[in-house]
Design a protein around this ligand. Structure first.
Ligand code: GLN
Length: 547
């Protein structure tokens, strides 16, 4: 049976709870334990799939097709454990399950209440698959004291009581603000936060304190005394140059040791940190820098393309170069020539996106990359735009476009080179959709196989002709334009196993031009950079030596 670690946050939000959880997971793995990480989010949306990336950052997609919070991306990048549908839940989902059961009569007419019905639903969720791993790490979103969070805090309190003693440990993340005038790190907000936790029946075993610098002994003792934790369970989490330093930094601070002590696991198995030492070395000993332009729509919030930014960093690590990514708003190219904006970049990436706004600019970016022979990686919408560009400019279809934009505008203006897919095959069953289905969860989602053409560039990059990648889209490139485009040098080098859906296109006679219908960024890890990103950055590096 798994041991459970509950990670909560206090004082302010955005302290890096997800990172602390992910890093702890990787440290437990380094000591030979198996782990799974889970996120429990107090907001009322049923899933993050329909939440704006402007507000909430990217939607992370799992192999089994769940649209989840971006924290699951951190978990995967640090542990390499593929997240599942059952690793992320929101209050909205919990309540909707409870209400569905009530409608079905499952509660036999009883009065439905937060305690026990909602809390039971949460506890059942936490326990899913508990026999499969040594440690289950559950992060509670939000901050202690939030109204929405209360059922989750109550549920984890009950959960720890239901389990035998010593089976659950609580880790609380807080902030130690530095007051310049007095030159002091202040412990009071942390004391209040722990007090708040204790008032709802939870006592932290470990405190992780974010601070700009080290925590002086005096403050550490004070925190231990007032917050009722052991002094060696006060872990300083200082600002780091790269998030990938966190496992080594937190290990030096004693985080994993404190957790094992709290579970009374003794003697603690020795950690093998070689994976993270190699990552550290690659971050700190990069030779040179490449500049990549990311031409997209959600450029104000970097979290909107979190996995892409991380995958580029990993690609840099693979080549021992630093990748400097710059975000450019695609709409600019609708009124301005892209050349002066894009010259000077060593590669161009057009990421995924939804809706027509900015797409003509993305098409211009693809044209620039194709004709100027700049390395280009088009992801999902970025592939669709590259195909439309080729259809218009070399395939003699000046009105090529996507049905997505015609649907949005309510009129027909384009030849649908990219069309709305209404039925497809997943494994051995058929999936069907209508244009006006609900917005939530109606896309081609999750892992699908693709077959790569023998001798194609992508087959060489992957070192295989059979791959599996994650999808999240409604529209597809229409296979009927394949011959026309291939004649002009755009190869359809990856296809769905039934040969109906184009998965990858690449331009012949170009240093590096690849469009993929899936999201390779979701599977990249610092210790295992995704082959497409590693080779894209290599092409950018080679190009940087020419420019
Ligand atoms: N909007 C496009 C589609 O639904 C692309 C989606 C994406 O880039 N993730 O097919």
């Amino acid at each position: 049976m798994a041991r459970f670690i509950f990670i909560t946050g206090g004082v302010v939000s955005s302290l890096g709870k997800g990172l602390a959880s992910a890093a702890l997971g990787s440290l437990l793995q380094a000591r030979g334990f198996s782990v799974r990480l889970r996120k429990l989010d107090p907001y009322l949306n049923v899933d993050p799939g329909t939440m704006s990336p402007f507000e909430h950052g990217e939607v992370f997609v799992t192999d089994d097709g769940a649209e989840t919070d971006l924290d699951l991306g951190h978990y995967e990048r640090f542990t390499g454990v593929a997240a599942r549908k059952t690793d992320s839940v929101s209050s909205g989902r919990i309540y909707s399950n409870v209400l569905e059961k009530e409608r079905r009569g499952d509660y036999l007419g009883k009065t439905i209440q937060v305690i026990p019905h909602v809390t039971n639903e949460i506890k059942d969720f936490i326990a899913i698959g508990e026999d499969e791993v040594d440690f289950m790490l559950c992060e509670i979103g939000g901050t202690v004291g939030d109204i929405e969070g209360l059922p989750f805090f109550e549920a984890i309190r009950q959960f720890s009581q239901d389990k035998p003693r010593g089976q659950c440990v609580f880790m609380h993340l807080t902030l130690l603000p530095y007051i310049k005038a007095s030159g002091e790190l202040k412990t009071k907000p942390t004391q209040h936060s722990v007090k708040e936790l204790r008032s709802i029946g939870l006592a932290p075993d470990i405190l992780v304190c974010r601070s700009e610098g080290p925590i002086p002994e005096k403050e550490r003792e004070k925190l231990a005394l007032f917050c009722n934790v052991r002094p060696d369970a006060v872990i300083a989490a200082q600002d780091l140059k790269s998030i990938y330093e966190a496992p080594l930094a937190y290990h030096r601070e004693g985080m994993d040791q404190a957790v094992l002590d709290a579970f009374q696991i003794s003697p603690a198995p020795k950690p093998d940190l070689s994976r993270w030492e190699d990552v550290y070395d690659r971050i700190h000993h990069a030779e040179g820098e490449v500049k990549v332009a990311i031409v997209g729509k959600y450029t104000q919030l970097e979290d909107a393309y979190k996995s892409i930014a991380e995958a580029l960093t990993h690609g840099g690590m693979a080549n021992r170069v630093k990748v400097k990514a710059e975000w450019i708003d695609a709409e600019i190219f609708e009124s301005e020539d892209p050349a002066p904006h894009l010259e000077g970049f060593h590669a161009i990436l057009v990421p995924g996106g939804f809706g027509e706004r900015g797409t003509e600019g993305k098409i211009k970016a693809a044209e620039f990359a194709r004709t100027r022979k700049v390395p280009y990686l088009g992801i999902c919408l970025g592939m669709q735009m590259a195909v439309i560009e080729a259809a218009r400019n070399i395939g003699s279809m000046p009105d090529a476009g996507s049905e997505e934009f015609d649907h949005e505008a309510g009129k027909k203006r384009f030849t649908p080179v990219v069309y709305h897919l209404k039925e497809w095959v997943q494994g051995n069953h058929k999936v069907e959709r209508k244009v006006d289905d609900d917005k939530g969860g109606t896309m081609r989602l999750g892992a699908y196989d693709a077959v790569l053409g023998e001798g194609s560039r992508v087959a060489e990059i992957y070192g295989s002709t059979a791959i599996e990648e994650r999808h999240r889209h409604r529209y597809e490139v229409d296979i009927k334009y394949r011959d026309a485009l291939e004649k002009q040098g755009m190869l359809f080098s990856g296809m769905s196993p039934d040969g109906r859906l184009p998965e990858i296109v690449e331009v012949k006679d170009h240093p590096w031009f690849i469009g993929v219908q899936f999201h390779p960024e979701l599977k990249s890890k610092p210790f295992a950079p995704h082959p497409l990103f590693a080779d894209f950055v290599r092409a950018a590096r080679d190009n940087s030596r020419l420019v």
